[in-house]
Design a protein around this ligand. Structure first.
Ligand code: ADP
Ligand code: MG
Length: 497
């Protein structure tokens, strides 16, 4: 298995071997704890690097540096066009180092190299999109009706020092989705990557320095959630915390943020429904619904994990999705032709396996999931649980693995179908497959979710807002909305006499 590592570029091998420190105030510094922790390749279980264990003491230093940069450094008076220029430079560096970043992403997270490579290209697009907003975040002149003559206007001002806590499923993309709008808006940042996948955040830190961002604008503290993460969420010197991860941890973030009432945005879990109507183009809907759950081995917050199929086409759709899953090649992300990598860790694999066992125990039929798994690494085969019921744990809880729960419907009543879609504490995403546009529009309106795709799944355009209703989160990422959530809105009224 390790022979695969000979495919790594020299720059990747060199990066892995470097001593990894924390980025604070433009310098790479040792953690106060003087401890390091192991970073594992989930495709082999081997330790590939050791990174600094940042703790509350390092968070204090990072927040202080971010505060100085926000209030008195060159960033404090930076013109919007200067922020655009720096972000565009960063986008170029992401592209230049695309192969290297993709290899690191694969090693750290496990995903197939081709998938990682596409993800890196997407990060450059996101940075460019957000870079453009820096010069376009206008307020408005407000006509007042009070007696007298007035000039009143609104203006967006950066919220200040932002703590950003990100998950392990798309390590670099999640860092970029968080950093790009915050920097475009003029905030300064302390970023804490997930302990499972800290590598690309560190490489990104190097590229951020190379792009020329002033010291303290971006600080990166690797460390554990319960320690560095909790300290960041609770820190009185942080004006906003932005989090992506589990709903359970999101609730802890909210509690930690109460102390200084910092602003909070959350992008949390999901149990997103996909509906296939009998008139749908099944040639597209079947692979679409399969990818919606199997992509990234199901470790996607917006995964289409509940599938509702009209009874007329149910048997065929299920058999074909299971067959699609069985054709997917599982393997180490650096292997040629691999479709699915491992899950992120042993505990994650055990969690997912326990859900499948629970489904089996409650009597549902299990389709697929029979591939021979690679010997090393935390692999789970794509699995379809057929004829599931709304009350089952596998249908109610987020599994975060390649496990689809399928149910037939034979109802034409959209209110009742929306009742099925909305029978969840989450509300992140929904998919609709039909050729009937009227049906699609009417159904989309009735679904309580932040994103709906029709005849497509996961439309990740930087311009399209993404975020959750209900317990899937607060706020939106991507689009203008993401920037506005890194701003305070000020209104100014001038008495002209
Ligand atoms: P998982 O349980 O799969 O690791 P989490 O939602 O707990 O998912 O983790 C997402 C991110 O949140 C990671 O960066 C993790 O370190 C961080 N995190 C975990 N617990 C806390 C916490 N109590 N406070 C702040 N951040 C946390
Ligand atoms: Mg890892």
């Amino acid at each position: 298995m390790h022979t695969l590592y000979s495919r790594l570029g020299a720059n990747v091998t060199a990066f892995l071997a470097r001593p990894h420190r924390l980025l604070i105030d433009g310098q790479w510094v040792e953690p106060r704890s003087e401890r390091r922790f192991d970073v594992e390749d989930p495709g082999t279980g081997a330790v590939i690097a050791r990174v600094a264990e940042g703790t509350a003491a390092d968070i204090d230093l990072a927040v202080a540096a971010a505060r100085r940069a926000f209030e008195s450094g060159p960033w404090a008076t930076s013109r919007p066009a200067e922020r655009t220029r720096l972000l565009l430079r960063l986008a170029e560096l992401l592209e230049q180092h695309g192969d290297e970043l993709a290899q690191l992403e694969t090693l750290d997270n496990g995903k197939p190299l081709a998938v990682a490579r596409r993800g890196i290209a997407g990060t450059a697009d996101m940075v460019r999109y957000m870079a453009g907003w820096a010069t376009k975040l206008t307020g408005e002149a407000v006509p007042l009706s009070m007696p007298g003559e007035w000039h009143a206007y609104t203006a967006h001002e950066p919220v200040g020092v932002v703590g950003q806590i990100i998950p392990w499923n798309f390590p670099l993309s999640m860092a970029i989705w968080k950093l790009a709008p915050a920097l475009a808006a003029g905030c300064t940042v302390v970023l804490k990557p997930a302990e499972q996948t800290p590598l690309n955040a560190l490489r990104l830190g190097e590229l951020i320095l190379e792009a020329g961002f002033p010291p303290g604008v971006v600080n990166i503290v690797t460390g554990f959630g319960g320690d560095a993460g909790a300290a960041l969420a609770a820190h009185p010197g942080v004006d906003k915390v932005a989090f992506t991860g589990s709903t359970q941890t999101g609730k802890r973030i909210v509690q930690a943020a109460l102390g200084n009432l910092k602003r909070v945005t959350l992008e949390l879990g999901g149990k997103s429904p996909v509906f296939i109507f009998p008139d749908a183009d099944l040639e597209a809907a079947i692979p679409g619904a399969a990818n919606a759950i199997f992509f990234n081995s199901g470790q996607v917050c917006s995964a289409g994990s509940r599938l509702y199929v009209h009874r007329r086409v149910y048997d065929r759709v299920l058999a074909d999705i299971a067959a699609h899953g069985e054709r997917l090649r599982l393997g180490h992300g650096l292997e040629e032709g691999v479709d699915l990598g491992p899950l992120i860790s042993r505990p994650q694999r055990e969690r997912v396996e326990a859900y499948v066992a629970d489904g089996r125990a409650s009597g549902v039929e299990v389709l697929g999931g029979r591939q021979v798994l690679p010997e090393h690494g935390h692999f789970v085969a794509p699995t379809v649980l057929a004829d599931t019921r709304a009350d089952l744990r596998v249908v109610r809880e987020e599994i975060f693995g390649p496990v689809l729960c399928a149910m037939p419907f034979d109802d034409d009543d959209l209110e009742r179908l929306a009742g099925l879609a909305n029978d969840t504490e989450y509300g992140l995403f929904a998919g609709i497959w039909t050729r009937d546009l009227t049906l699609a529009h009417r159904f989309a309106r009735r679904i309580r979710a932040g994103s709906v795709s029709v005849n497509a799944h996961m439309v990740n355009d930087p311009a399209l807002p993404f975020g959750g209703y209900k317990q899937s989160g607060w706020g939106r990422e991507r689009g203008r909305e993401a920037l506005e959530l890194y701003c305070e809105l000020k209104s100014v009224a001038i008495n002209l006499g």
